[in-house]
Unconditional design. Structure first.
Length: 148
């Protein structure tokens, strides 16, 4: 199974969509707990519309996002606390259901996980992949890229 991971930090919506198209992504799974953004083009509905125009499907999986305490820890650079909080999130019934849904969708077509952080080791996307898609071949789009 192939899975992609992408963070939109420093990117525009057209840059993000171009990266997804180049990679062959057919579904973007938004794994933000709060799918809103101050960055133009990245709030849920606007993003979904832009993706649809490019022929990429969108699904919001909020239960796979990081809860507030985990987000606060991540902002402080406390990745151990963020990982602990996020592990607890993944044990909740809604997260288990959405994790199973994500797995099934990713088995059907090339799927990318979206969150804000560009570098995957700063984000819960890597923790999510390790927890529910450990055998997946992972490509982190935009990782280590300074231009966005």
């Amino acid at each position: 199974m192939q899975i992609f991971s992408i963070g939109y930090e420093g990117a525009t919506q057209p840059e993000l969509i171009a990266a997804l198209e180049t990679a062959g992504v057919r579904l973007l799974a938004d794994v933000r707990a709060v799918p809103l953004s101050r960055r133009p083009g990245f709030s849920k509905n606007i993003l979904a519309n832009g993706l649809r125009e490019a022929g990429i499907d969108y699904i919001g999986l909020k239960a796979l996002g990081t809860p507030p305490l985990g987000r606060e820890a991540a902002r402080r650079g406390d990745h151990a606390t963020m990982a602990r909080v996020y592990a607890g999130q993944l044990e909740l019934p809604e997260a288990l259901a959405q994790g199973a849904q994500l797995r099934a969708l990713a088995e059907e077509r090339p799927t990318a996980l979206l969150c804000f952080e560009r570098q995957p080791h700063h984000c819960h996307r890597s923790l999510l992949i390790d927890a529910i898609l450990p055998e997946a071949k992972v490509t982190h789009l935009f990782a280590n890229s300074l231009a966005g």
